[in-house]
Each structure stands twice: as structure tokens, then as C-alpha cells.
Design a binder for this molecule. Structure first.
Ligand SMILES: C[S@@+](CC[C@H](N)C(=O)[O-])C[C@H]1O[C@@H](n2cnc3c(N)ncnc32)[C@H](O)[C@@H]1O
Length: 295
């Protein structure tokens, strides 16, 4: 039998992290060992001499080799923290990113400055990360997360049931197609036209063929979640146009987008009758979220 200290030492001896964005393999090895043993980091560090059962050691070694082969740690652990909760994740969904919390912050800021916001949509909800964070923020809000992928929606529903209340629902469909707008109206038992106060979306926005798609976690994430035609702008263009089917006058549309898409997104919003257009920067100082109000 090997001890905790021996397992960690072997895991990290002479190894380097599998991609430049990952924290050290030591930290990741600790996460994988915590998962295999079902224990806390504190217990791992307090009792390094504790022996590991052969089955726990085998499952740790197996997880470690998956990580060394490049699989995202979030998919191996099956969980990823976002906002103030942990989401279940699988290869059916994008792994929620810390920069996407800016989309949540920006929507919450709008809500604190405007009374009466009630109906909110999260288009392309994936794991449900953004929709869940917003539904948890205020019980009076009625939130729907949508996605084209039924596998993603199945996971979002699981996360939503565990983490949010009955003010959150999920619907399948493409952006704001007429069919989906009708389903939204049915779900809220109202005419969907002009009903929605805020639409948020972190749509796919990477241009097909962008070299970033060949690196790190992106290699393992669903293509549907990552790339969009027209230099990455097709989904955003569609959402801007279709948003007017449900957004009320004075309602807000917020996007996460690529660091170099600020002007293009602002131009699309302006051309479609939005005002008060503003771009916000993420913690890395990159242009990341643009919002506009329907005039
Ligand atoms: C970048 S991921 C965002 C996931 C999640 N909102 C997040 O921030 O972690 C984009 C999501 O859009 C969904 N998607 C792609 N095309 C779509 C479409 N035509 N209609 C609705 N959702 C779509 C993908 O399945 C994916 O879940």
C-alpha cells in the first residue's frame, strides 16, 4: 500500500502541467486524490502518512493518466465551481469559465438600477451556470435557460433542480426561433412578444479554424458550444435580430464575446436599434461583455 505523500510524489515527479493555463500538476494531483479518497484538502495535507486502499489508488492513477492525456480536470472530476456553487459538468457542456461571471455581475447591476425586472432569458445555457446564478439572486425573477443541445439541457435541468428554486425552467430550441418564442410564452402563460426584461447569452463566438480550438480544454469541449461562422459572429448576429421578438422596449441584451469583438458587437446592437451600449472588461483586462438597451 502507498501513502498519500508517496502517491502525490510519484504523480508529480518530473512531470509538468499538461497545458500552460493549468495550475501546477501538484495541485491537480491533490484534487484528483481528494476525489478518489472522498476527503478534504485539509485531511490530505494533515495526514500525508495515511495509507491509501488499493482501489482508491487505482482510481487515482486512472484519473491522473486521463489528465496527463489532456482531458480537462473538470470533466474528470465531473464538477466545476461557478459563482457561489458547484455545477455538475460533462463533455456535453462547455466548462463554465470565471470570466463568464462578468455576465452575471452585469445583469445583476442592471437589476439593482431598474425596478420591476421579472422575466429573464439565458440563451445557450449549457450547464445552466448563468441562469442558475441569476435565478438564485432573486426569487421574484422568472428565469428560462435555453439550449439547442438536449444533452446540455438534461444536465442544466439536473443542476437547476439541485441549486435553484422553481423560478427557473429550461426549454430546448435554437436562439429565439418562432417555435421557441411560442414555447416561452406557453411556459410563462403570457404573450412572449415584449415580455422579456433581460436576455443574457454566452454564445459560441470563436471563428472556425481559430488555432485556440486546437489547445487545452477546448479540444474536448462540444464544437456547438465553441465556434460560430462569420468570424465567430453568426450566433450573436442571430440573437441580436431575434431578441426583438420577445424583448420589451427598454429591455437589455447582454453578450459575452471574444476580446477582439467589441466593436463588431456594438455595431450590430446599434444597427438593430439598441442604445446605452457599453463594453465591460474581465479580470484579465480584456473586453468581454457588451450590453445594450432596446430603444
Ligand atoms: C459558450 S457555450 C455557453 C454555455 C454556458 N452558458 C456557459 O456560459 O458556461 C454556448 C452554448 O450555446 C449552445 N448553442 C449553440 N448553438 C445554439 C443555438 N442555435 N441555439 C441555442 N443554443 C445554442 C451550445 O450548446 C452551448 O451550450
Amino acid at each position: 500500500m502507498v501513502t498519500i505523500a508517496q502517491a502525490l510524489a510519484r504523480a508529480t515527479s518530473g512531470a509538468v502541467s499538461v497545458d500552460e493555463t493549468a495550475v501546477s500538476l501538484r495541485f491537480e494531483a491533490e484534487l484528483l486524490l481528494m476525489n478518489a479518497l472522498g476527503c478534504s484538502r485539509a485531511s490530505l495535507l494533515t495526514w500525508p502518512e495515511r495509507e491509501i486502499s488499493p482501489s482508491a489508488h487505482a482510481s487515482f492513477e486512472q484519473a491522473l493518466s486521463r489528465r496527463l492525456a489532456g482531458e480537462p480536470i473538470a470533466y474528470i472530476l465531473g464538477t466545476k465551481e461557478f459563482w457561489d456553487f458547484d455545477l455538475v459538468v460533462s463533455p456535453a457542456v462547455l466548462i463554465p469559465r470565471p470570466e463568464t461571471e462578468l455576465l452575471v455581475e452585469s445583469a445583476l447591476e442592471i437589476m439593482t438600477h431598474r425596478e420591476g425586472i421579472q422575466h429573464l432569458l439565458d440563451l445557450g445555457t449549457g450547464s445552466g451556470a448563468v441562469a442558475i446564478a441569476l435565478a438564485r439572486a432573486a426569487e421574484r425573477l422568472r428565469v428560462i435557460g435555453t439550449d439547442l443541445s438536449t444533452d446540455a439541457l438534461a444536465l442544466a435541468r439536473k443542476n437547476g433542480t439541485r441549486l435553484a428554486g422553481d423560478n427557473l425552467g429550461f426549454l430546448q430550441g435554437s436562439w429565439l426561433s418562432r417555435e421557441l418564442c411560442a414555447a416561452i410564452g406557453e411556459y410563462w402563460q403570457a404573450d412572449a412578444a415584449g415580455l422579456v426584461d433581460v436576455i443574457v447569452s454566452n454564445p459560441p463566438y470563436i471563428a472556425p479554424g481559430d488555432p485556440h480550438l486546437l489547445h487545452g480544454d477546448l479540444v474536448h469541449e462540444p464544437a456547438l458550444a465553441l465556434s460560430s461562422d462569420d468570424a465567430g459572429l453568426e450566433a450573436i448576429k442571430t440573437i441580436v435580430i431575434e431578441s426583438k421578438r420577445v424583448l420589451k422596449r427598454g429591455g437589455w441584451l447582454l453578450f459575452e464575446h471574444g476580446f477582439d469583438q467589441r466593436d463588431a458587437v456594438a455595431g450590430l446592437l446599434r444597427a438593430s436599434g439598441f442604445d446605452s451600449i457599453e463594453c465591460l472588461r474581465d479580470i484579465a483586462g480584456q473586453d468581454r461583455v457588451t450590453r445594450g438597451r432596446l430603444s
